[in-house]
Design a protein. Sequence first.
Length: 78
Amino acid sequence: MLELYQFETCPYCKKVRAKLSELNLDYICRNVSKFTKKREILTVIGDRDQVPYLVDLDKQVFMYESDTIVEYLEKTYG
Ligand SMILES: N[C@@H](CCC(=O)N[C@@H](CS)C(=O)NCC(=O)O)C(=O)O
């Protein structure tokens, strides 16, 4: 299962959402907008307070950086 930590107006997140849709992939969307308590989860499960952050549980892959994520999705699921 794929999980995307993101917020709606982030352009980098938008790029990742577009790729997920293009590949017709199901994913759980974790909305972590700025200035919310919920956002702290990112520094617990990752090492940076930054979105987008992708978790691919099946493959135990965790990553930041939209370009890296898009490339990973294309390579793995394209
Ligand atoms: N190079 C990163 C940039 C990501 C980025 O700057 N995300 C912003 C939101 S649009 C962010 O999380 N900034 C830190 C913050 O909001 O605290 C990428 O391509 O994913």
